[in-house]
Design a protein. Structure first.
Length: 356
């Protein structure tokens, strides 16, 4: 029987969270999204009931983006703990989300601190001729010593994932922190880009740096949250200024390369700062940036490029848990020259989704 593909318009809200098929609000946190051939899997770092911290006007701090989780009197006793869990949801239409539970529970990794899950389907390579699902995550040990990244594998996008490598050290000057993993559809080669900015080609198993690889360094200062994608043969790299899960989020700085994920890269500019007439940047203002969110992923749906970010410190549930902070969705637009155009603030965005 021939399957029939349908298309529908779906509205994604920036003012309220989606509800899953069991009637619960989606848990939120740093998110990766995988196109699994007919459906999408959302992987979320569940921060748990940790309360978001608003540093914008806190005495003794430098404004909204200040990293204040370990500084009294605004210490956060539950962010840097070993109980973070990667949970997942599957959707075929972006309006119905089926919870898959914990796909990387603490028992599946070393007793450390997990951030920023990123999942790809590694192109077929021995001994995995049909491809392998590879989950990277930032790995911080309970001692506070940052020992690189960890990698987990699964034969199924829905998990469970099991950690196969701890303390994966990547070459280059970029610091261990926010990152993205990108698979080039032309070559099947995967790349890791991390805060710094440093880009590293990965081995055929997508789980370690390629042998003898030379990292690519893109000089930049206080930026993080990179996301890489490809459009019409052009590679795009988006980053934002530093934001420690901060109220007001970050901007969107764009780079492009016409040759390769390894560059050369050209800085195009900032398309995410507040350009409203009369607005003056203030480090204590939560309105410096259009989305008021920190970038977590860019994915392709049909010919749309969906930007997803975390609107930190926006939860209205009792206790203001961070895993109930709002998400932000926007469809990126491009000019005739292929460069990103200015992002505009919106309460929701509409996407066209094909499904069977």
């Amino acid at each position: 029987m021939t399957s029939i593909t349908q298309s529908k318009q779906v509205t994604l809200s920036n003012t309220q969270l989606p509800v899953d098929t069991e009637g619960n609000l989606l848990l939120t946190g740093e998110m990766s999204v995988l196109d699994d051939g007919g459906s999408w899997v959302l992987y979320v770092n569940d921060w748990g009931s940790c309360k978001g911290i608003d540093c914008c006007n806190a005495e003794g701090f430098g404004g909204c983006a200040t990293c204040c989780f370990t500084k009294p009197p605004l210490t956060d006793p539950c962010v840097y703990t070993a109980n973070h869990t990667v949970v997942a949801y599957r959707t075929s239409d972006w309006s119905s989300f089926t919870p898959l539970g914990a796909v990387l529970p603490p028992s599946a990794r070393i007793p450390g601190i997990e951030f920023r899950p990123q999942v790809i389907k590694c192109p077929a390579s021995p001994p995995h001729p049909s491809g392998l699902y590879v989950l990277w995550y930032e790995d911080r040990w309970t001692s506070g010593t940052n020992r690189g990244y960890a990698v987990a594998h699964s034969q199924n996008a829905s998990g469970p994932f099991v950690t196969v490598a701890n303390s994966v050290i990547l070459p280059g000057n970029g610091r261990v922190g926010d990152y993205d993993v990108f698979v080039d559809d032309d070559s099947g080669v995967s790349y890791h880009v991390r805060t710094g900015l440093t880009i590293v080609e990965l081995a055929a198993n997508c789980s370690a740096p390629a042998e003898g690889v030379k990292p690519v360094e893109i000089p930049n200062g206080n930026v993080e949250g990179p996301a890489m994608f490809k459009r019409n043969g052009i590679y795009y790299l988006l980053v934002g200024v530093g934001c420690c899960a901060c109220k007001g989020g970050s901007n969107v700085i764009s780079y492009t390369s016409s040759q390769s994920p390894l560059g050369p890269w050209t800085l195009i500019g900032d398309v995410g700062s507040n350009t409203t007439q009369g607005h003056v940047f203030d480090p204590r203002s939560p309105f410096n940036y259009v989305t008021r969110a920190q970038q977590t992923k860019v994915l392709t749906i049909n010919d749309q490029y969906l930007w997803i970010g975390n609107q930190w410190v926006t939860s209205t549930l009792p206790g203001n848990p961070r895993n109930a902070d709002l998400l932000y969705f926007t469809v990126l637009n491009f000019g005739d020259d292929g460069n990103l155009t200015q992002i505009t603030r919106e309460d929701s965005c509409m996407i066209s989704v094909d499904f069977e």
